[in-house]
Design a protein around this ligand. Structure first.
Ligand code: ADP
Length: 608
């Protein structure tokens, strides 16, 4: 059934129908013209023969004095039993034109009497059966001429009244011959039609095949293209419309392929850029469904899977206080900003902006910016400023109060004044140290070269010098300060003052935070490519919980004690930054409260 719906069959059937229609029309026209011709011919013939003169002659014959004979004899004609001479004369006169009138088995000529009964006739059966009272016969019976050649009736007849209808010349074509002719033609057409239909189906099928076969191949090829195989080829050759169409399609497929590749490349490029962005990015469509997100967005939001989020519910969940309606329908100018904290540790600023495609709002882009570091920096800057203010205010308050006391104590003893002035000088020193440390830190922060001129440093001599400098302080506390170089260390290049400042601070701390009679050991050694300096004491140590903060600026385990010993709380911060930044080394402190502290510095020889 499906086959009959194919173009091939449709074309074949169409051919057959066309042939049938054409042949039917031709057949109809042929038969119609045949009938029409026959009728016309009959009419013309009788009109040509039955001229006025001829009719007048016949009328004269009919009106002449009549007499009756018993029988009549005539060649080639059947004669009635009772005839009149006049009637016979009329009959003979008309018979003389029998050839022109085309008298034959289906066309006869009779002479009828007033009642329409045939008297003489060219066909014997008419004398037996009589003639039909047709319209022409009736007209003649009324004394007129009747002729009937209607196309819708089989017969044609002509009736001429003579002697006011006493005699009627009647010529009738029964139409049998015409009918047989039409029948023959119809059969012939029918046979031809059957043959033509068979031929047209075969030829139509063959011709249609020349169109449908390439069409089928093109269809299979188009299916391959639709399945995404844009490099598929077809082999429809030739120079007809189909091959032109296949060439156009091939060209189109090639263009689509090239465009697809270009789009894919652009997409990959965009994807790579979005993934490489240091900011997070989310894109939503106007229904609030996520259409894109990059990995930074997932990291910032602390989620591995974001694909199923919905705008309103998601931003409500993370307390961003914004809905898609705010953005799409209120159309705020510029972008909207919201700050949130994720997992209590990440501060994120989100910028919401709508985007358009073809002048129509197509969705929302959210850019997430991690400001955790800035927040922390800002926080530590605030703490630092507060700490600096506090640290500076303490000595100034002391200096001020001692100076005021001195002013109020005019005439006080020299010893009193010396003691007070000593305190003022000590506080001024502390302030000077503090400011010096702050300047050092500030230059380290700004990455300025505070250890400007790189020089060769003999680490061993430097440690020996520091040990000697601090030996006095250690002696005052009855401490043993011992430097033991383990092996030879190579020269390094850098700022000797900076390294000296670090070692003074660390050994100074060991002296400061070790009780009287304690022991401080300093070691230096070369391990692989590193120079290791170790300062170990058996002092008060640092409680474990304080160790993580030991490098923080102004951090002291025991604030009062540190201040008493003249500490600024900046020494270890400076030491760490100097070793890491200037010498590309590392500093490590291990300590146990009540047992002692060990500070290790490692400086790579190559790096220095
Ligand atoms: P300070 O000027 O207060 O010594 P530092 O930055 O040098 O500042 O040291 C920070 C804190 O670390 C000190 O206040 C002290 O509490 C602790 N500390 C440093 N070195 C030692 C040590 N060898 N033994 C015990 N505590 C120490």
């Amino acid at each position: 059934m499906k086959n009959f719906k194919s173009i091939k069959w449709k074309l074949a059937i169409m051919f057959a129908l066309c042939i049938t229609a054409i042949m039917s029309v031709v057949c109809f026209l042929h038969i119609a013209s045949m009938i029409y011709g026959e009728k016309q011919d009959f009419e013309n013939t009788v009109n040509t023969i039955f001229t006025e003169d001829f009719i007048r002659g016949l009328s004269a014959m009919a009106e002449a004095v009549d007499y009756t004979v018993e029988s009549a004899d005539s060649t080639d004609m059947t004669i009635s039993t009772v005839e009149s001479d006049n009637t016979k004369k009329i009959y003979d006169a008309v018979w003389a034109h029998s050839g022109e009138l085309g008298i034959n088995s289906s066309r006869f000529m009779c002479i009828l009497d007033a009642s329409g009964t045939p008297i003489y006739c060219t066909s014997a059966w008419v004398l037996d059966e009589g003639v039909e009272k047709t319209a022409a016969v009736m007209a003649a019976a009324n004394g007129n001429i009747g002729i009937s050649t209607s196309l819708v009736q089989k017969y044609s007849d002509y009736a001429l009244a003579l002697n006011s209808g006493e005699s009627i010349v009647y010529i009738k074509d029964t139409g049998d011959k015409l009918f047989n002719g039409v029948k023959d033609i119809l059969f012939l057409y029918l046979r031809c039609l059957v043959l033509a239909v068979i031929l047209s189906v075969v030829a139509g099928g063959y011709l249609a095949g020349s169109v449908t076969v390439p069409l089928k191949r093109m269809n299979e090829w188009a299916k391959q293209l639709a399945d995404g195989n844009l490099s598929a080829k077809t082999d429809i050759a030739g120079s007809d419309e189909l091959s032109e169409l296949s060439e156009s399609l091939m060209h189109m497929a090639h263009n689509i392929d090239a465009t697809n590749t270009e789009v894919k490349n652009e997409k990959t490029k965009l994807e790579t850029i979005l993934q490489a962005m240091t900011d997070g990015l989310l894109a939503f469509n106007t229904e609030g469904r996520l259409i894109h997100c990059n990995s930074e967005a997932k990291r910032l939001l602390g989620r591995n899977y974001l694909d199923d989020i919905q705008f309103d519910s998601f931003f409500k969940e993370i307390n961003a206080n914004i809905t898609i309606g705010d953005l799409l329908y209120m159309k705020p100018e510029g972008d909207i900003e919201r700050s949130i904290t994720i997992d209590k540790e990440r501060s994120v600023v989100m910028n919401f902006k709508t985007f358009s495609l073809n002048n129509k709002t197509a969705g929302i882009v959210v850019v997430l910016h991690d400001i955790t570091k800035q927040e922390k920096l800002e926080q530590s800057r605030r703490v630092f400023v507060a700490d600096v203010s506090h640290e500076l205010r303490t000595p100034i308050t002391t200096i001020k109060s001692y100076a005021e006391t001195l002013l109020d104590s005019a005439g006080a003893s020299g010893e009193f004044m010396t003691r007070f002035l000593g305190v003022i000088a000590a506080e001024a020193d502390r302030m000077a140290r503090l400011i010096s440390d702050l300047l050092t830190l500030s230059s380290l922060d700004n990455k300025q070269n505070s250890y400007k001129i790189p020089e060769e440093i003999d680490v061993r001599s430097l440690i020996e010098a520091v040990t000697e400098r601090l030996r006095f302080s250690a002696k005052k506390k009855d401490q043993t300060l011992c430097y033991s170089p383990i092996n030879d260390v190579p020269l390094i290049v850098g700022d000797p003052d900076a390294l000296e400042r670090v070692i003074i601070n660390i050994v100074g701390n060991a002296v400061k935070y070790t009780q009287e009679g304690g022991r401080i050991d300093i070691y230096s050694s070369k391990v692989y490519n590193d120079i290791c300096i170790k300062v170990a004491d058996n002092g008060i140590g640092i409680p474990e919980e304080n160790l993580p903060h030991i490098y923080d600026r102004f951090y002291r385990v025991d604030k009062a004690r540190s201040r008493d010993t003249g500490g600024t709380g900046l020494g270890l911060a400076i030491a760490k930054q100097t070793i890491e930044t200037a010498f590309k080394g590392k500093i490590k402190i291990t300590s146990e409260a009540g047992k002692g502290t060990e500070v290790s510095i490692t400086i790579p020889v190559a790096a220095s």
